[in-house]
Structure formats: structure tokens, C-alpha cells
Design a protein around this ligand. Sequence first.
Ligand SMILES: [Zn+2]
Length: 1095
Amino acid sequence: MPTWQKEWPRLERGGGTSWGDTTAPTTQIGTGSGAWEPKTLGTKANLDLEPGMSRAPPSSGAPPTSTAQASCGQAGYGQFGQGDIQNGPSSSTVPTPRLPGSQPFGSPLAPAVSQPAVLQPYGPPPTSAQVTAQLAGMQISGAMAPAPPPSGLGYGPPTSLASASGSFPNSGPYGSYPQGQAPPISQTQGHPGVQPPQRSAPPLASSFKPPASGGPRMPSMTGPLPPGQGFGGVPISHPNHVSSPLPQALPPGTQMTGPQGPLPPMHSPQQPGYQLQQNGSFGPGRGPQPNYGSPYPGAPTFGSQPGPPQPLPPKRLDPDAIPSPIQVIEDDRNNRASEPFVTGIRGQVPPLVTTNFLVKDQGNASPRYIRCTSYNIPCTSDMAKQAQVPLAAVIKPLARLPQEEASPYVVDHGESGPLRCNRCKAYMCPFMQFIEGGRRFQCCFCSCINDVPPQYFQHLDHTGRRVDAYDRPELSLGSYEFLATVDYCKNNKLPSPPAFIFMIDVSYNAIRTGLVRLLCEELKSLLDYLPREGAEESAIHVGFVTYNKVLHFYNVKSSLAQPQMMVVSDVADMFVPLLDGFLVNVSESRAVITSLLDQIPEIFADTRETETVFAPVIQAGMEALKAAECAGKLFLFHTSLPIAEAPGKLKNRDDRKLINTDKEKTLFQPQTGVYQTLAKECVAQGCCVDLFLFPNQYVDVATLSLVPQLTGGSVYKYACFQVENDQERFLSDLRRDVQKVVGFDAVMRVRTSTGIRAIDFFGGFYMSNTTDVELAGLDGDKTVTVEFKHDDRLNEESGALLQCALLYTSCAGQRRLRIHNLALNCCTQLADLYRNCETDTLINYMAKFAYRGVLNSPIKTVRDTLITQCAQILACYRKNCASPSSAGQLILPECMKLLPVYLNCVLKSDVLQPGAEVTTDDRAYVRQLVTSMDVAETNVFFYPRLLPLVRLRIGTKSPIESTTELPAVRASEERLSSGDIYLLENGLNLFLWVGASVQQGVVQSLFSVASFSQITSGLSVLPVLDNPLSKKVRGLIDSLRAQRARYMKLIVVKQEDKLEMLFKNFLVEDKSLSGGESYVDFLCHMHKEIRQLLS
Ligand SMILES: [Zn+2]
């Protein structure tokens, strides 16, 4: 494996320059072809050079004219064109060949893309095998499963989802470039450490035993359809958590209509902290359960079982009768927002992510840090296989908390460091059991008995609990931090503060669009806002590089009168030409930095260079951090496909003809292995890469985003960037990105109690072994999803425990460990599993699973896998938990009643079913974003929020305080009234839809024009008008933006306008233009699948 480290000594070739000697010539180590070097490499090549001295580098690429003008979304690819367009390096740019042994990227002469097209599956085993296994499906026999016994009650109310901490990446409406036709280069490379989930074979039919007795069953909410009749009835969720006896059998052949209008609350009001959970008794007439009162008081009346059954012959499924996401969200808000969610009880299902609630940590991690697909895990792997419900946790270790909630306490155990189990190395936590009067403790993860060190000894109270338990966060809280000792640091040395390096593309396109000028201007002030962690001044050092086909490093040492530029043209063998003066303290070097940022746009103002390199830029940044012996982040601002001769050079291999073929997966795979290797080195150095892309055409996001992805960085994409249109969005994202708190050089490990273990991981990170998730950087927006599998039998009494430990370097350079603990219940009855699932988290997991699957498998296979798994989950419920009823009836578990509608949204998403306007880069971009999304983000991304603004009309008194309280409507065209105005957002996109017959006064108040026809379609800014409606709508837009991790650019869409097509893509309950099924159709489809499994 090539390493770049050994390249360091070659610095000496710069004429014997010693490190830090800024006066020494940093030679140009390359071929000397570039005209820049001789001038700038000289000693003290100041930036205040004579104008013209360093300007106007000779153009080595095509004249910029054609591309520059190519208007986005229309013209061809411009000068970069298809793969066959001559745009290769001129002979003068070919680097001098190097000794083979010293070429990290392979021969610089050989285009990187020419590597053998051997397909190495992304991740160890190809998913196709698993897929096949899954497709085989679960053959459920007609035999009835054992009825749920009366006990085994679920803990916690059955709910689904949750976290109020949503935030999200946004890209704005997709830019559409012309589609390329270049032949694809199919090439993949291993995705380190990420293993496809090991799914077990589905249970055989024989595993379903007839029930020992015809145990009581839960009546369904709908009446059975006449046998043999198609699915025309009303599918209804099954209130499996409702303990009150439901009406006995409905008259055969009849069916209740579903709830019309608002559903009653599905969940009983949760009283956080109360011990007695509502029980999910099954079947009518069930007696009181042990430890539970008889039908718990206040059980909601079930709206779906009201009144006498009505005969029904609906021809078409009534959309109002199928489970409504809006209703579920509203109900959860009504029931659970008022009381804080107290984490003291094992296995409680938290409120939904769409509910605004507070959390009180009483021993388990907040749902803002960890959400699970189920809070009650089957005791055996057989049960888990039968149910097919993935057991996964979506973990956001550094999640930001609302102001009302305290950040994790930092515990300092001094030199001895955190207390851990000797055997499994789990950290001290509230679940550890102290014994022998407090002299020893038994590990709750591996049962090992450990001695308590004398300095940690404390007496126990009569319950066996340490008397100081409440004084110690690690004994009483679910989340806390330890200060790490040198043992937890690289080379046993406490870390230096991290550094930020800004690396700016100064090629023709970057200059022409005004990007460079805008960015430099912004950085002058933004550098005052680097993360500081409470300190007066940020400890972070900064450095600057500009590049096109060569790299320019800048010496901004505080003692200099002017910054100095050093050029490295030998991009094939990157090194950093200066150490002293490259990474500096902002306040000390402010004058020099300001001067540099003023000069950069001028120096390159007349550039005609259109070609760029990419991998050497990242390598240079990483080498600079390595030389400075610190971790850090690279901020790359990049515009084009890197076609200049250099390692990591790319070809235009975009090819929409591959869609729906077996080769479609290649569009998502990197086209060369160079970036994988580079990412690995970055991770080893703690070098996180954030990439800001400004493409006018295909730039191969799939390849360029690989390093950011594997280093825990972020990617932002601004297609067809124009300062006037996109400045606000870009600057907003940039400010947020630069200021956000990041943990560097991090390693995350998830430990589990005996019986289950983490087997698979999803997210933006690197893994060099099977257990440690390595993150060069991790910020408060990123999640890591972990899947678990049984390796032994679990115990109902002891439950299951998770401990997530994240070791990282803070922005101030402190080494810390953040610990999150979570206890889950275990069950011997499938009904308990189904009562304690969280659909939003399930969807988050399933989307990530599918989005990774597209790297290895045909999209159709991936889609079929999702559908089959969903059908298996629901069939197993029907088989084992629901009351016997006609096969014509669709019965859904209460907390999974939205699984079909949400899954359909995933299936219709751009990655799995692209519309004609979606580019290959868009798909790769979205795929990459979803991988690190939290549950709130995937929830709104797949099912957008559609807000009617009626309630904001003039005359309303209350200001818009919280958008989370605004009632949304279902994402369907049927719900749009032409007399109203709607906002739609999904975390990336934001639309304002204006109905054609909206009142003239409203039009005037919002747009300051006289009539609907005068509203400019596509408008991205609302005029600032001094009237209540205008203020409220603009306030609402600001508030929506503030909730998301990325700035959402507004697009005003008029009813019946051309742009409306774009908007309609987001009405996810409708049939989509790309062929995606409507919600109603998909529900019928799902029902058929389930019936097949059951027959
Ligand atoms: Zn242990």
C-alpha cells in the first residue's frame, strides 16, 4: 500500500530547503512546465507582486469561452464534454516520471481511470446473495401461530418515532445539467469495513406451529372482506397496544370504514416515568393482566371501531381511510409533547421526531442521541428472523441539544482515567452492579467481576446502590463524558488543537462566477467565528491553498508584511512546501490573512486555466496536517471534473442509458481506487474533508464525495452557481459549516450485553476492522447507524444494553470520551416487539440499507428486497399477533401503520426511481446525504411537510412561534386548494405553491403585484413588505430554514405553471412521473404481497 509519508524527505529536493525557512526556494518539483513556478517559487515571492507578474498563466486547456457560457441545464457539457473530447493534458503538463516505488497514485502518466475494471464489491460479500435469500421470502404457512400469552406486556406505549432535533442537509432544487453520453467506466473498489448486513434466511413455513390453543386475538379494526374479494376494503392499522377489549367479531362480509377525518389519539397519554405501562392485551374479554389493572383508565376510545359496521363496497380505496402520516404526527404531538420524556425506564419508546418534547436523562441516553427500530428485542434469533424487523440503532453521538437540556457532564478521573471493565472494556455506567459492599462491581455487559479501585470505593445503600450514585454522572445518567488520559491519545501524546485549511479552486469557472471573490470576502469575517468551546479565542489554526492544475500554498506568518505564495506543480507527488507560517493563529496573523484574501481574487482575475486537479489537493491538506502533527478539516471549494493530468484524474463517464440496467450501480461507484486510498490516509491523520461543489455540469459526485464521506465530512452542491442567485444559500451553509462543533480523530465503539452484537454500520466513516468506526471528524449533524444480531439467547429479565463510546479530540484540542448508554427490553412474544417499534427509525435504516445496496446490486433487486422485507414484517404480525380474520383484510400493527406509505416514498426517491430531470450527480449526492441523516431528517426528506398558509392569514393574532406546531396536510395534489398558498419543505428543498384562485389581497400582500398572473414563477425571494401576512410568511420561511442543517432555497411555484412539475415530485402520496406508485396503489400492492406470504 502506497503511503505518502515517505514522500516527505523529498522536500529536500527543493534545493535543500529546511522546514520553516520561508526564504528558501520551494522548488518546483515538477517538470517546470507550468509558467507559474519560475516566478512564484522564487524566494519571497510576495503576493503583492507586480500586477501581471504572476497573472494570466498561460492557458493550457481549451479557451474558457464555450463552457463558460454553456447555460446550466441546457447546453452540452461544454469544453469538458464527453470522454472523447480532446481535453487531455498538453505534453508540457506531463509530470516527470517517478520511480515506481514512490508513486502513491500509480504512474502519473497513466490516467487514473485506466485501472482494470475489475469489480470489487463494495464491502465484503456481495449483497446479491443476501438479496436472493430475502427474495425467497418468508413462506408462511396457513397454520396459526401461537397466540400471545397474556403476559409479556410491552413496556412503553406503542408509538413510533421521534426526535425533535432534526436538522438536515439541503441542496436546493436539483440543478439539471445536460445528460452525458460518455461510456461508463465501471470500476469499483472496496468500501472498507462496511459489511452488508448479514441477514439470515427467512424462516421456513414449518417454523410456524399451530397454536396450542385458539388463543384470544385482537380483532382488527376493519371488517373482513368477503373471501376472495380483492383488496378493496379499508386497510386499517391494528391497535395492538390498546388494552381495552375491542368489539368482538364484526359481521362477516362487512367492513368498517376507516376513520374519516381526524383520527382519535392512537396512543394513550404518556406519563413519563410511570411504572405501569399500558398493557397490550390481546383479544377481547381478556382478564386483568398480572401487575396491571384491568383496562387502564383513560384508554382512548378507538375511533376506528366506532359505531355499527357499515356495509361497504368502495370501488376505490378512500384516501381518508388509510393511515395518515399527518394524523399520526398530530396525535403524537397532542399526547406526548406536554410532558418531558424521562429516560429512567428501560425500553420506553420515545415520542416521534416530529413532536417537540424535552428529555430528562435518568439513566438512559436521550432519543436525540440514540433511536432504535425497536425498544423490545426478541429474545431469540429465531423470533427475530421470523419477524424480519431489523434491529438497529441510529446514533448521533454529538447531537446538539435544545437550550433547555444540559450538555453531557464531563467527568475527570485524573490520571487514572475512566473506570472500565477489565474484560470487555465497557465504561462505568449506571447499569454496572456493585457487590461485596462496594468493593467490586459486576460488568453489565460481560458479567466479569472487577475490583473497585480504592480511590473509587464507596459504600452501598440498602438497595445495593452506591450512596454517591446521584453525585456521579457515570452512575446515574445515560450520557456523559470522561476526560481522556494520554493512554487514549495517538503516540501517547496529548493532541494539539486542530487546524482548518481552506482550499480554493481558482480556475476559470470559479473566478468567472464570482465565487472566489465572494468566498474570500466572507472568510475575512468568518474566521472570527471558528469554534471556540467557551474559550475567548478559538484554538484552531488556519491555512490557505489555492489551486487549478497546480497548487499554491501561502505563507501567512504574522511577522511577514505580505503573504508569500509557493507553487507546487508536481501534483503527482504532492508535498507541502512550507511548514512555518502555513498554519497560523487567526488573530496573530490577521493583517497578513486579510491581505491574502484581498489579493487572491486579483491575482487570478485573468486566469484562463480551466483544468483542475482534485486528489492532490486533498493530499496536500492531509500532508500539511500530518506535518503539523494535528487533526483538522479541509474546506474544499471545487468547480469541475478534475481532468488535469494528476492522480485521481477523472473521465466523464455519465451515462443515463445505464439506468435500469445491471450496470446502473456503476454510476454510484467511484471510478478509481485513488480516492479510497486517499481517504484511508486522511482518516489515519484525523483529516476530515468538507467539499463545496459548484458544478456547471457532470463532476462525478460519486467519486469526488468519497473522501468527504469516508472522513465524516459534508458535501454541499450548488449546481450552476451564480452569485446573485445562490450567494445567500452558499454563505449560510458555509457559516454554519465552519462554526459547527466537530469532534476530530474519533473512534466509536458500540458494546452490547451478552446475546446481541453490532454486526453492521452505516454512515460516513471508515472501518479498518469489524468493530471500530473511525471518523476523521464527526459533527453534531452526523449519525452512525448500527445493526445488531443475536449471538445468543436474550433474557427478558435482564434486557439488553448498548453502550456507545466515542473517543475524540475537541475543537479546543482536548481528548474526550463521550458515553451513551441505553437499556432495551427483551420479549418472548412477537406482539411485544410489534408494540414497541419505531417506524421512522425503521425507515431510516431501510433507506440506508437500500442506498448502500445500489452500489452492488441492480436497483430493481434493491427495491424488491425492500418490498419483500416490508411484506414479511407485516405478514408475520398478521400471522402471529393479529386476530384471525379474512385474508381480504389488511391489518397493520399500530406503530407500523405508516410503514407502507413511508416505504413507498423511499422506493420512489431519486436514488431508487429517478425522474427524467434527475442527474447522475444528483442521485449520487442524495445517496451520500441520506447515509448520514438522522431520523428526523429522513422522515421529512422522504415525506415532505406541506403547510397550508390559511392559518397565517391577515388577522391572526399570534405570531408564528414554532413551525413544528403548524398542522401540515398530506402530500397529495388532492389536498391542495386553488384558493390557498402552501409551503413545502423536505430539508433540502423549499417551495411556495400559489393556487390560481387565491385572493387578490393575498397576492398583493405577499408579492406586491396586482394579480396571480403577475407573480413571477420561480421567484426565490419574497419582497419585504410591511403587512402581517408578508411578515408571517417570511418569518415562517426563516423558521423552517433555521430547523435544518442546510439552507433551503425558496422556489415560488404557480398552479398550472411549468415549474409545477418539479413541485409535484414532492407530493409523495400521488403517482409519480417516474412511475412511482401512489400511496393507495402501493398499499394494495403491499397487501397482495402479504397475502401471498400468508397463503
Ligand atoms: Zn465487561
